[in-house]
Design a protein around this ligand. Structure first.
Ligand code: HEM
Length: 141
């Protein structure tokens, strides 16, 4: 069972990281593509929203599987490196939730999310995730 939970944990990290990198690449390329008319802003916005949903589900699955692992093996939740890992995970979760909130607010008002704020939140989520992975490897080895 623990192996299954850890597999879910790591595959969710794969899905979330993929979605985050996909969003960053799409955002970086969308400006030029929209400028020369080779891609519609509607298509870009729809793809960004889909990637955002993947990221949200991924971070929730990472948290659920992480908490379940600690519930099964409580001794894993010990040592300061573990708590720093958890701090990184909290920041990543808050950033992804904030991204989702921006998307929902924009959808409700019929607009698109503010690009600069989305970029900043995306960078916070990515930096926190990278730090969390580093501290996870240190904590659990
Ligand atoms: C952004 C959030 C998170 C990321 C990126 C992340 C990343 C990772 C990574 C890369 C590993 C593998 C480490 C290794 O085996 O060397 C791991 C394992 C683990 N994580 Fe997370 N994690 C996150 C959130 C959480 C949370 C919220 C919890 C618990 C509250 C948690 C608990 C665990 C546990 C128990 C293990 C397995 C340790 C073992 O194999 O002995 N993680 N995590």
């Amino acid at each position: 069972m623990f192996e299954l939970l850890k597999t879910i944990h790591l595959l969710s990290l794969y899905a979330g990281g993929g979605a985050a990198i996909g969003s960053a690449v799409l955002a970086a390329r969308a400006g030029t593509a929209a400028g020369d008319g080779s891609v519609s802003p509607r298509f870009v916005a729809g793809t960004m929203a889909a990637l955002g949903r993947i990221g949200l589900v991924a971070i929730l699955a990472i948290w659920a599987s992480g908490l379940a692992m600690v519930w099964r093996e409580p001794f894993l939740a010990g040592g300061w490196v573990y708590w720093i890992k958890l701090l990184g995970a909290v920041v990543a979760l808050l950033a992804v939730l904030a991204l989702a909130r921006e998307r929902w607010a924009a959808a409700r008002s019929g607009s698109t999310p503010e690009p600069a704020r989305m970029k900043l939140l995306g960078q916070v989520a990515m930096a926190a995730t990278i730090a969390t992975v580093i501290f996870a490897v240190i904590a659990f080895n």
